[in-house]
Write a protein that binds this ligand. Structure first.
Ligand code: UD1
Length: 335
């Protein structure tokens, strides 16, 4: 298949490109490098031995986007391009809503006009809000999102669902990611956010390399085993493989919703300890106040992914910590 990956140079998008190529697909990427680097395209080639066809611009540029659909016979789309920093979204809601919603609308317009029947969308467990019960199934009630980023994900899901209802021969797949971490085993691609990281694993990585002095653990008084927040961390390569299966298997018209998580929750301190143990490094931390908007516990019921896609997360927390550190060391060597 010819598959367009929007945001294909980003953290998750680049891993998806690798898995798609390794499964025999042709990959076309649109990315504006707003949160990624051009080198990533070379790394994808180094890993797979094949090139992606690449276009550099923001999908808000509808004319350029349309040209991609004119020049290529696109069979399916994996839509990852979006702004994703929670804190920044609170400060820049207009930019976040404009970018995330408009690019999604433009994608749906191209699908309609160029008869593309299949889209897989990068959604997030954030759409469940503060869960009433865990594990979360796809039937769990959608919750109140606490920031414009999260709300934009919920709105993008809604836009895609309404479009499918109007164009009934389309297949729309909403993949709700839990907490993707880790990196490709080659150490060439991974997550290296610009500035101070918002998310736990990139922060741990930068404390371990000495780039940042100390991890703040946001709260130790949650109702969890050790009082710190519990999340379902999933290896980014497992996540990427889930996309390949979703694009290949969810071809029936309709709206398909699927969690991608491991089904197991780990606390912040468990992550810190595992990272230290697996990699033989020290991660300094101190307990801080809770972060506004955080929830105590969130993990997936991954049954549907197993039943419908034959997908299960294969990599362990040790793998996630080891691969993150392998990537970090390669980055430091290259700097
Ligand atoms: C966050 C976002 C979520 C988004 C996801 C992936 C919030 C409220 N939620 O999820 O919408 O989809 O990232 O981008 O921001 N932690 C620390 N210290 C840190 C960083 C994190 O203790 O420096 C803790 C958090 O309190 C949490 C856990 O680590 O318990 C995971 O945090 P994080 O990696 O930011 O992911 P989420 O908050 O689950």
């Amino acid at each position: 298949m010819n598959i367009l990956v929007t945001g294909g140079a980003g953290y998750i998008g680049s891993h998806i490109c690798v898995e798609l190529i390794e499964a025999g697909h042709n990959v076309i990427v649109i990315d504006d490098f707003s949160n990624s680097k051009p080198e990533v395209l070379g790394y994808i080639r180094d890993i797979t031995g094949r090139d992606v066809k690449f276009y550099e611009f923001n999908i808000l540029d509808e004319e350029k986007t349309e040209r991609v659909f004119q020049e290529n016979q696109i069979d399916s789309i994996i839509h990852c391009a979006a702004f994703k920093a929670v804190g920044e979204s609170v400060i820049k809601p207009i930019e976040y809503y404009t970018n995330n919603l408009t690019t999604t609308l433009i994608m749906t317009k191209m699908m309609r006009d160029y008869h593309v029947k299949n889209i897989v969308f990068s959604s997030s467990a954030t759409v469940y809000g503060d869960p009433e019960t865990v594990p979360l199934t796809e039937e769990s009630r959608l919750g109140e999102t606490t920031n414009p980023y999260g709300t934009s994900k919920a709105m993008m899901e809604r836009i895609l669902t309404d479009v499918q209802h109007a164009y009934k021969d389309m297949s729309v797949t909403l993949l709700r990611y839990f907490n993707p971490i880790g990196a490709h085993a080659s150490g060439l691609i991974g997550e290296d956010p610009k500035g101070i990281p918002n998310n736990l694993m990139p922060y741990i990585m930068k404390v371990a390399t000495g780039e940042l002095p100390c991890l703040g653990v946001f709260g130790d008084d949650y109702d969890t085993s050790d009082g710190t927040g519990v999340r379902d961390y999933i290896h980014v390569v497992d996540l990427a493989k889930g996309h390949v299966l979703a694009i290949e298997k969810y071809t029936e018209p309709g709206v398909h919703i699927c969690n991608l998580g491991t089904g197991k929750g780990y606390s912040v301190l468990e992550i810190v300890k595992t990272f230290e143990k697996v990699n033989g490094v020290k991660v300094n931390y101190e307990i801080k106040a809770r972060r506004p908007g955080d929830i105590a516990t969130c993990y997936a019921d991954p049954t549907r992914a197993k039943q419908q896609l034959g997908w299960v997360a294969e990599k362990t927390l040790d793998d996630m910590c080891r691969d993150t550190w392998n990537f970090a060391k390669k980055q430091t060597c290259d700097k």
